[in-house]
Design a protein around this ligand. Structure first.
Ligand code: B12
Ligand code: SF4
Length: 658
């Protein structure tokens, strides 16, 4: 050996390996204690600045059972660990439900007292906090630092989608001792066995911690296969029956009879596709891993028979992957007497819907609602975002779905892709009109860290300061304090705009049509982030609402009645457009508009500049509701200011839907 190589070997021996650092860190945190009791915590969806008491009181806060930590508890029980779960989102909604007046309610006290009670009673050796969503970051951070401030000696570990993609998230958390990244079915028990001295530190995987000068990460993964995933969450720890009593699960609650007990289930993980705006591939890897059909059906029967569940929302990202297995699973549900109805709120891939047999088996096994991921009607955008489907695929799928009118179909559409022109956006509108799904959920692109589109947009300077938003000149920060960083749903920007929480520019272009808000000489312009809010409204009005004027099919009128009744009472009672169109559908379904709606439309439209302008721009009037006389169709929502091209693409469809 030369002198130089001898010196190098000596130095290397002095530098601690990451494994040594991990062992030291673990020993430091654990102080010789072993793990026997594990408490899992799900934080509230949002923090107190975004939480809305009225929404929660109306039962419209999302309240999904904590499926992921339920699975982890079940996996750990196999190794004789004692496990507990507390879902703080559920605890808050329960407290609001039982609370008399808003002034008696203190949000932070509500979750803090729940967690203190639970920890004091359960006395865990380690606490694991979950976080799936970046929009939950502030709430998650508050929960972690609160627990650590009260129980400084109890080790704290975090996991879930939000903490797995981005080191910055972990750096921003206080009091967190360990991170276990990605799917943790195998990695978390593995880590606990290492901590307890039953396995060597060399086996560590999916693990991170803060050393003195950096975040040390172990990236190798222990990916659970279908067999490992074939376990039932620890439902006995989860108060399953009460979740849909205090809040909402899935997108089809409106179509279910009041009081229906809803829960969730997952039959596979991963997705065959790799859409550039989606986290699923980076998180779950390239393949789809299936649970055994028997274990899924066992779980459904257990939920039905032991917890009184009546409706299931699938958590799968690609429920219909492997069509043969899917049909087998749906048939097995029928054969073994599963009486549940179900919906695919997370969306299914259109390609599988081209097959009549798949949709028929879904229908027979209780399917009442399907979201279908479409996103765009423009072939170039579809290619760029790597959507698994072409315009033809979506049209073919819609032809099959039309044969099953009892299934309520909804398209998932997006706008605001990088370099998406107005013309491309009109391709999406026109495709939606052609396939004529029952509703379209339209959202503005949200670039999340860990997705390919985020990386590209960040390097092109196209992302906003707040994660999930687009670059804009607006003062996003002020808005971010008012709402969670996403476009649709309970605490969304759109709800905040409607209710006046976020102020909009006021009236100027009366009688000129809504699209006058957009300035464009031609359809080749790329709308600004600010214009996307108005284009969202235009699309939503044109694709969803204006269609209701032309609807005549009884089965669809009944579905829309139930859906809009729910939205009008629970989700957005202050949305005048929804009051108007619920009144229209009520007239079609019941032959009469209720006095309550006549009073509400008057109150809402007369008092809000926002709604006065919008009604005027689309040629609607509150008198239509009051006099129970609605137009047969809306012809147009105007044209962009300075527009020089032909009028054709701005004309709404006018034919009756039969
Ligand atoms: C069901 C679902 C929902 C449900 C709610 C789910 C819930 N509260 O439980 C609904 C429909 C309401 C929803 C809403 C939203 N969702 Co969502 N949702 C999902 C979905 C499809 C499945 C989640 C799930 O239950 N998986 C099944 C279980 C088994 O997995 P898991 O929970 O991840 O748990 C495993 C690991 O994460 C880990 N783990 C979890 N917790 C912990 C804790 C510890 C201590 C450890 C060690 C490990 C660990 O181990 C578990 C077992 O392996 C995921 C996609 C996905 N496949 O993950 C998106 C996903 C989580 N949602 C996403 C988004 C963006 C949203 C919305 C913002 C969408 C919107 N625009 O409105 C909202 C935000 C909701 C809110 N907080 O207000 C993104 C999150 C990306 C991000 N960085 O934020 C995902 C990843 C999908 C995507 N498009 O990329 N969602
Ligand atoms: S099809 Fe859905 S789940 Fe699959 S990659 Fe695309 S957006 Fe994600």
């Amino acid at each position: 050996m030369t002198d130089l190589s001898q010196n190098l070997t000596k130095n290397a021996a002095n530098i601690k390996s990451d494994h040594d650092l991990a062992r030291e860190h673990i020993d430091n945190v654990m102080q010789g204690r072993k793990i026997k009791k594990v408490l899992f915590v799900n934080p509230p969806d949002v923090d107190d600045s975004v939480f809305d008491y009225d929404i929660a009181k109306r039962g419209r806060g999302n309240n999904y059972p904590s499926y992921g930590i339920g699975i982890l508890a079940a996996q750990l029980r196999k190794l004789q660990y004692n496990t507990g779960i507390i879902n703080l989102n559920h605890e808050i909604l329960k407290k609001v439900y039982n609370n008399k007046t808003e002034s008696d309610f203190n949000y932070n006290d509500a979750w803090q007292s729940s967690i203190i009670d639970k920890i004091n009673n359960f006395k865990p050796d380690i606490i694991g906090v979950s976080c799936l969503f970046s929009v939950t970051h502030n709430s998650f951070k508050n929960v972690c630092s609160f627990i650590k401030s009260k129980y400084p000696d109890t080790p704290l570990i975090v996991g879930g989608v939000h903490v797995s993609h981005d080191e910055e998230v972990f750096k921003d958390l206080e009091g967190v001792d360990f991170v276990c990244m990605y799917e943790a079915d195998l990695a978390l028990p593995n880590l606990f066995e290492i901590i307890n001295g039953k396995k060597s530190i060399e086996k560590i995987a999916q693990f991170a911690f803060k050393s003195a000068d950096r975040v040390v990460t172990f990236k190798s993964r222990l990916i659970p296969d279908g067999h490992t995933m074939s376990v039932m969450p620890a439902y006995d720890l989860m108060d399953i029956k009460a979740h849909s009593k205090y809040g909402t699960i899935g997108s089809w609650h409106g179509l279910l009879p009041s009081g229906t007990v809803v829960s969730t289930a997952q039959s596979n993980r991963g997705c065959r596709a790799a859409c550039t705006f989606c986290n699923v591939r980076t998180y779950h890897g390239k393949t789809v891993r299936h649970r055994t059909v028997d274990s899924v059906v066992d779980e459904l029967l257990y939920l039905q028979n032991d917890h009184g569940v009546q409706h299931i929302v699938w958590l799968d990202d690609d429920l219909l992957k492997d069509e043969k297995r899917t049909i087998e699973m749906f048939n097995e549900m029928v054969r073994r007497n599963v009486k549940l109805t179900w919906d695919a709120t997370n969306g299914v891939i259109a390609h599988s819907l081209k097959k009549f047999d798949v949709v028929e088996a879904a229908h027979q096994s209780g399917c009442i609602g399907l979201h279908v991921g479409i996103e765009s009607g423009n072939p170039q955008i579809l290619k760029e975002i790597r959507k698994p489907g072409t315009v033809d695929t979506f049209i073919e799928a819609s032809e099959v779905l039309k044969k099953f009118p009892s299934i309520n179909t909804r398209a998932l559409l997006m706008l605001g892709f990088p370099n998406e022109t107005l013309s491309m956006l009109f391709d999406t509108i026109e495709l939606a009109e052609k396939i004529n799904f029952d509703w379209s959920n339209i959202s503005i692109l949200q670039p999340w860290k860990g997705t390919p589109i985020y990386e590209d947009m960040a390097s092109d300077g196209l992302v906003g300061d707040t994660e999930g938003t687009l670059k804009t000149d607006d003062d996003e920060k002020a808005e971010a304090d008012l709402v969670a960083g996403y476009q649709l749903g309970t605490y969304s920007r759109q709800r905040a705009l409607e209710s006046g929480k976020i102020k909009t520019d006021t009236l100027s272009e009366f009688k000129e049509g809504f699209l006058h808000k957009i300035k464009a000489k031609s359809l080749d312009i790329i709308p600004t982030a600010k214009e996307l809010d108005d284009l969202w409204f235009y699309m939503n009005f044109r694709i969803n609402f204006s269609k209701l004027l032309r609807e005549t099919r009884p089965v669809k009128i009944e579905q829309q009645y139930k859906f809009l009744e729910h939205v009008c009472t629970r989700t957005a009672p202050d949305n005048a457009m929804i009051i108007y169109f619920f009144a229209l559908i009520q007239k079609k379904f019941k032959g009469k508009v209720s006095n309550d709606l006549k009073i509400r439309i008057k109150e809402r439209v007369s008092k809000s500049e926002y709604w006065i302008e919008r009604f005027d721009n689309f040629g609607l009037s509150q008198d239509d509701v009051i006099n129970e006389k609605f137009p047969a169709f809306v012809k147009s929502g105007g044209m962009p200011t300075h527009y020089e091209g032909s009028v054709d693409r701005f004309l709404f469809p006018t034919q009756t839907i039969i």
